[in-house]
Ligand binder design. Structure first.
Ligand code: NAD
Ligand code: ZN
Length: 257
């Protein structure tokens, strides 16, 4: 565990005054729980043989053309994530939520670990890899471990026998309108004192714009990532390291014990 002094002193001083927080997370936050990221060192895309194939299988296009292929890929990712446990990063964010006046967590992760750690006001913009929704009647289904082991083709709805799709946003698909609206309310209209960007390669505008809005408003912006990203020059403080290490330091600076 890094020493508390690892936070720049100017940052620690300003964190002490924070009353509202907007955290934005990506796959890097779950890396310490053993879930592979997409990009970055050791990510799925790093694999020259399977990277592109995985993306293709997880696309809206493939879901229409060959849904069983999409489900096999989803099943394999979901099985990888089912035994993962929240790590220090997830726990620190849940603790920060309990100690400030207002907190929101915008996550691109589909593994459910933030919710498991106790985060409540979560916008899971990409949905959940452990759930399916019926394309005919809209029924929602949450898979347990045994069911995930058996996903080799498209599951059928228990209510109407219709084909089910993953309750997640696939590559090339539109974002859910209600969740985009919540991003606007929480980051554009409300504007938290502090916006933290942790463990994401930050390639999508709905991830980068809330940070830019905060910066323009003069609010505190912090990035945590072992590698530089396109957002590194945009934030006030860029912390080069692991999400668990730095989020725990930020938690302690916001809520000194
Ligand atoms: P990404 O894979 O594109 O980028 C991961 C980022 O995390 C990289 O910048 C990497 O340098 C950084 N990172 C690696 N280890 C870290 C650590 N210990 N602490 C902090 N940062 C670390 O992920 P993304 O930006 O979230 O976008 C990828 C897409 O893939 C998302 O749409 C998401 O839905 C999906 N995805 C989700 C999961 C998950 O739910 N756990 C896993 C893989 C991909
Ligand atoms: Zn149905």
């Amino acid at each position: 565990m890094a020493d508390r002094t690892a936070l720049p002193s100017e940052l620690a001083r300003r964190l002490f005054q924070i009353r509202s927080v907007g955290a934005i997370t990506g796959a890097g936050v779950s890396a310490e729980s053993g879930i592979q990221t997409y990009r970055g060192k050791g990510g799925i895309y790093d694999d020259p043989q399977h990277g592109d194939k995985t993306v293709e299988a997880l696309s809206g296009h493939t879901l229409l053309a060959d849904p069983d292929r999409t489900w096999r890929a989803v099943g394999s990712l979901a099985r990888q994530a089912i035994d993962a446990r929240p790590n220090v990063a997830h726990v620190a964010l849940a603790a920060i939520e309990r100690s400030v006046d207002h907190f929101v967590l915008l996550t691109q992760n589909v593994d459910g670990l933030h919710q498991l750690a106790g985060s409540r006001n979560v916008i899971d913009i990409h949905g959940s890899i452990h759930e399916a929704v019926c394309t005919s009647c809209g029924a929602l289904k949450r898979f347990d471990r045994d069911e995930l082991a058996g996903i080799l083709s498209t599951p059928q709805c228990a209510r109407c026998s219709g084909p089910m799709r993953p309750n997640a946003v696939l590559f090339g698909e539109l974002l859910p309108v209600d969740k985009v609206q919540r991003i606007h309310e929480e980051f554009y209209e409300f504007r938290p004192d502090l916006v933290i960007l942790a463990g994401t390669s930050a390639l999508f505008p709905y991830i980068t714009q809330p940070v830019e809005i905060a910066r323009q408003a003069g609010n505190l912006t912090v990035e945590i990532n072992p590698e530089p990203t396109l957002m590194t020059p945009q934030v006030e403080f860029s912390l080069r390291g692991k999400a668990g290490e730095y989020l725990d330091l930020i938690r302690r600076a916001i809520t000194p014990d």
